[in-house]
Design a protein around this ligand. Structure first.
Ligand code: PAF
Length: 282
């Protein structure tokens, strides 16, 4: 595996691969890699000739300075995981390399970005689109891989791809969980021992909520019950739980209003000061 720190070297290496007719898969990450990232890398490895993994903690997507400052950074372990996974190029640029000038672009993402994480983290999705569009421009991947834990992020990236006309296939990969159900996240390392014990309750409540639907509750009633149950667990506070159409991200008043991709319930929960997100399909 070659570690690349400059856009010039990245474009040179990938230009050669492209001119040989090889397919390129990109896995964008912010590092602190875990088995969830590894599943994306494995999928990219199986589907492409050349695999690039970017590791870049993107400052423009953090709307909270403390969150950026405390975001875990584990470069040496990340390198070992990627090398062992058969990655060809680990792209590890500096902030100056990615943003030689401030990125002032504003993406007109529309309704998909106006709910849930949109209002809760103003500017977050615009920052995600800034970095992902830059990476797509640099790598020109045939396919790019994203985890379904960040369900709304995938919908937003699909919208950005449509707006910008990128010719890239967005591949979404299932959530990877700990044995007790907790969705893998780079933020899990910041949980206290007590927080780590209680956090799997989020998935348990979500999984059981599928039965509430089967028993005849409408989406609004399921939302209320899920919030009540999560908030009754010690140390957990729900920021939002919203049942939405799996493509448009718009809230559903009735199950029948969901389109062909069905309904998904998206939750954000504070466990102490750690913000955890998860979701469940209905
Ligand atoms: O999901 C993430 O880790 C980030 O939002 C991404 C897509 C790598 C962009 O920085």
């Amino acid at each position: 595996m070659e570690i690349i720190r400059t856009v010039k070297r990245l474009e040179e290496a990938l230009g050669n691969a492209r001119s040989e007719g090889l397919s390129i898969g990109l896995v964008p990450t912010m590092g602190a890699l875990h088995a969830g990232h590894k599943s994306l890398v494995d999928c990219a490895r199986a589907q492409n000739d050349v695999v690039v993994v970017s590791v870049f903690v993107n400052p423009t997507q953090f709307n909270n300075a403390a969150d950026l400052a405390t975001y875990p950074r584990t470069e040496v372990a990340d390198e070992a995981l990627l090398d062992a996974s058969g990655v060809d190029y680990m792209f590890l640029p500096s902030v100056e390399e990615v943003y030689p000038q401030p990125d002032t672009r504003v993406f007109n993402l529309g309704p998909v970005a106006e709910v849930m994480e949109g209002p809760m983290r103003p500017g977050h999705f615009n920052g995600v689109c800034q970095i992902v569009s830059k990476l797509f421009g640099m790598v020109k991947p045939h396919r790019a891989y994203f985890g379904e834990k960040d369900f709304q992020q995938i919908a937003v990236i699909r919208r950005m791809v449509e707006l910008e006309g990128f010719e890239v296939e967005i591949v979404d990969c299932p959530i990877v969980r700990e044995a007790d159900g907790l969705a893998l996240s780079s933020r899990n390392v910041r949980l206290t021992p007590e927080g780590r014990q209680v956090a799997p309750g989020i998935h348990r409540v979500l999984a059981e909520s599928v039965r509430l639907k089967e028993n005849g509750m409408n989406p609004g009633e399921v939302e209320d019950e899920v919030v009540r149950q999560i908030n009754s667990l010690p140390g957990l506070t729900t920021e939002y739980f919203s049942i939405v159409d799996a493509i448009t991200m718009q809230p559903l008043a009735a199950w029948e209003s969901a389109g062909a991709a069905g309904a998904v319930g998206c939750v954000t929960v504070y466990c102490g000061d750690v913000r955890l997100i998860d979701n469940i399909r209905y």
